[in-house]
Design a protein. Structure first.
Length: 124
């Protein structure tokens, strides 16, 4: 999905919102995740200009359906399951200089946990 950058940039400027990471940093993060995650793992993103929506659906076509340009991403969430290599994700992102931390949200016994990639550095 391609976002109209001029419109989103104008909206973010009007609201005083600064993208937290550049396209290159997000591209590095998405590249790392693509190499480490099993195909078909559920994920969803929140864009900087979107409201929080806990009912936002998960998609399984990562990274193809991640909206571009990446600089408008606020965060990426993944269904954790039992095979998410969290330590490997952190090590790879740290090695590429991508300032992230993983936050695990524990769900009930009948639901998988969700892991969110959160940017922790200053705005780009």
């Amino acid at each position: 999905m391609i976002i109209a950058p001029d419109k989103v940039d104008a909206y973010l400027n009007a609201k005083g919102i600064t993208p937290r990471m550049s396209d290159v940093q997000w591209s590095n993060a998405i590249s790392v995740l693509s190499g480490l995650l099993k195909e078909g793992r559920g994920f969803r993103v929140k864009l900087l200009h979107q409201q929080e929506d806990p009912l936002r659906r998960f998609s399984s076509s990562f990274p193809d359906s991640v909206p571009q340009p990446y600089r408008f991403l606020d965060y990426v969430e993944f269904v954790a399951g039992s095979s998410l290599p969290e330590e490997s994700v952190v090590a790879e992102l740290t090695g590429r200089g991508v300032p992230f931390r993983l936050v695990r949200k524990q769900n009930g016994p009948d639901e998988d946990d969700v892991v969110t990639l959160v940017h922790v550095g200053p705005a780009k």
